[in-house]
Design a protein around this ligand. Structure first.
Ligand SMILES: Nc1ncnc2c1ncn2[C@@H]1O[C@H](COP(=O)(O)OP(=O)(O)OP(=O)(O)O)[C@@H](O)[C@H]1O
Ligand SMILES: [Mg+2]
Length: 565
């Protein structure tokens, strides 16, 4: 059964939201989908329909786009259960013991964690994310972010972690691509039980052999009957969760002013390496930073030494309105407390506001709603073929038409393309080919961040005009400073995003973006300056206890970084 896209706009999602990232591997198209296939166009009504079996808008059989995976009967093992039940642990144990393998995770932090773990266990493992390629001699294993999942090689074993994210409005399509496209003898999927019926349904047509392995939580998670009460009740190992950056810093200051604790912070727009170091500092039992103030950026798969999660609010702004947290979000976040093997064998969870307790308690008892649809997104090949029907149109128009006319089966929805369309509208003004335009559209730009979107427009403009983009033309190395205010901090976070975007583009347009090394070293400086700011904040609070001497920034800058200053 085919349906049009827009009925799926509100299709099921677990509430996760992030900008679209890279989708570098071209789809391997169904052999039936060849250039020159018959497609009829009714120009006056601008409705497009297929006359024969070749129909570029027909996305009802996405499993046929991956011939390599379809040559195998894959042994698919669905590891499902609550948070902290050992799902990822068991899948990784299997990956380690296989001769070749790939781990696909939803976060750069998780890909880093897995690459480190495998390399420590003497299983050489490459790390590949949109912005990093760390290759290890002799590696037959890879840890990647899901957008970089490899669908053109054969593996003995593959893992897709947090598979329920295939219902995510913006990133779900990358999970679907990995699910259908990875060619592995064994495919391990880890996630929430709510995903089981959908995966079974989707994989009915692939002929794969699907087994479900269920897990129980390894250590107890106790929802407390009372709220936190006074901030003087904050203790070592607590993590306060809130969703705005301003609130994060307000709570950090409030706790530190009490003079008993210093706080690490983790939130989405902090550079990933800063997030890792803040989390490491909190995890380190000897560090003075013994309380964590975080957003839902901690909510997925990470292993932190948290004893108690305290929700400062049960509402978050989702881009258009304030809404209650969903059951899966509450369970994911609460599940960070009392991780098995951490310093705190029993996890606790509570709220600041007593009125939030009923929602917290009922959510922790409820199963997550069953997922109904998985995301899809047209890759460049599909858009290119479709563009032949609209030779005079820009990418924005082509995309809009494609999205309006795409036919989907009931198990799928099309990704939310608002961000992509925003970039397309701008990029269409520039004299660029369709492929270049598509690339800029799927780049990890944050169009809601002025500096980040200005960075993208500047890069695209320089690229269109000169074919080469030198970083120094738009950014002067040596000018970065430790921020003195939260406004300056936000600016530095945005500059980091621009540099990150440059690195991302440099991996895809290597000759035109030649300054990857400089961009990477400036990124490292940004995160060190941000960390310096975070540590100084702790120092400035009059009541805060004395810290060991801080690391000086200069001593932290490696030779490699300094040579660019
Ligand atoms: N059998 C085991 N022996 C030792 N450690 C284990 C075992 N099982 C799990 N762990 C450890 O327990 C912690 C939680 O396990 P894991 O990360 O696999 O949980 P999960 O079910 O994937 O949780 P989430 O849903 O939050 O991703 C990890 O630190 C993991 O290394
Ligand atoms: Mg996990």
């Amino acid at each position: 059964m085919s349906r049009s896209l827009f009925r799926y706009r509100k299709a099921t999602a677990l509430g996760f939201s992030r900008v679209l990232q890279d989708n570098v591997e071209p789809f391997r198209l169904n052999m039936e989908m060849k250039l020159g296939a018959l497609v009829s166009v009714n120009v006056t009504t601008r409705k497009y329909s297929s006359t024969k079996k070749f129909d570029y808008m027909d996305l009802t059989r996405p499993h046929t786009w991956y011939p390599l995976a379809r040559k195998k009967v894959r042994k698919v093992i669905l590891h499902v259960g609550p948070t902290n039940s050992g799902k990822t642990y068991h899948a990784l144990k299997r990956l380690e013991s296989c001769s070749s393998g790939i781990y696909c995770g939803p976060l750069r932090l998780l890909a880093w964690e897995v690459a480190n773990r495998l390399n420590k266990a003497k299983v050489p493992c490459d790390l590949i994310t949109g912005q990093e390629r760390e290759e290890v001699d002799g590696a037959k294993h890879k840890a990647v972010t899901v957008e970089m999942a490899d669908v053109v090689s054969d593996y003995e074993c593959a893992i897709i972690d947090e598979i329920q994210m295939l219902g995510c409005k913006t990133r779900g399509f990358s999970f679907t691509r990995a699910l259908l496209g990875i060619s592995a003898d064994e495919l391990h999927l880890c996630g929430d039980p709510a995903v089981v019926p959908l995966i079974q349904e989707i994989l009915k047509v692939t002929g794969d052999d699907v087994k479900v392995q269920s897990y129980e939580r390894l250590s107890p998670l106790v929802p407390l009957k009372v709220p936190l009460g006074s901030f003087s009740n904050i203790r070592k190992g607590d993590c306060i969760v809130t969703f705005s950056r301003r609130e994060i810093y307000r709570l950090k200051a409030k706790i530190e002013t009490g003079g008993k604790h210093l706080c690490s912070v983790v939130y989405g727009s902090l550079p990933p390496e800063t997030r890792t170091r803040q989390a490491t500092m909190f995890n380190d039992a000897t560090s003075e930073f013994d309380v964590l103030v975080a957003s839902d950026a901690i909510g997925m798969g990470l292993n932190l030494n948290i004893s108690r999660i305290i929700f400062s609010t049960m509402q978050k702004f989702d881009g258009s309105e304030m809404r209650d947290l969903t059951v899966p979000e509450i369970k994911q976040i609460a599940g960070r407390a009392g991780r098995y093997g951490s310093h705190f064998p029993v996890g606790e969870v509570t709220c600041l506001d007593p009125e939030d307790l009923p929602l917290l308690h009922s959510s922790l008892k409820s199963p997550s709603p069953t997922l109904e649809c998985a995301g899809l997104f047209p890759n460049f090949d599909l858009i290119f073929m479709y563009s032949r029907l609209l030779p005079q149109s820009g990418l924005h128009e082509i995309l809009e038409h494609f999205l309006e006319n795409a036919k989907l089966s009931e198990n799928y929805f099309i990704a939310n393309c608002e961000e992509v369309l925003k970039v397309a509208a701008y990029i269409d003004e520039l004299p660029l080919g369709l492929q270049d335009k598509y690339l800029f559209c799927i780049s990890p730009v944050d169009m809601n961040d002025d500096i980040s979107s200005q960075g993208l427009t500047q890069f695209a403009q320089n690229y269109a005009e000169k074919g080469i983009v030198r970083l120094k033309e738009i950014f002067t190395p040596g000018t970065l400073q430790v921020p003195k205010t939260l406004v300056a901090l936000r600016e530095l976070e945005s500059i980091h995003k621009v540099l990150d975007l440059y690195v991302w583009l440099s991996y895809r347009l290597e000759e035109s973006f030649p300054d990857r090394e400089l961009a990477s070293s400036q990124k490292a400086i940004c995160s060190l300056l941000i960390e310096e700011f975070l540590e100084r904040l702790g120092w400035q609070n009059p009541g805060a206890k004395r810290l060991r001497p801080r690391r000086s920034l200069t001593s932290l800058l490696s030779q490699n970084v300094r040579q660019h200053l």
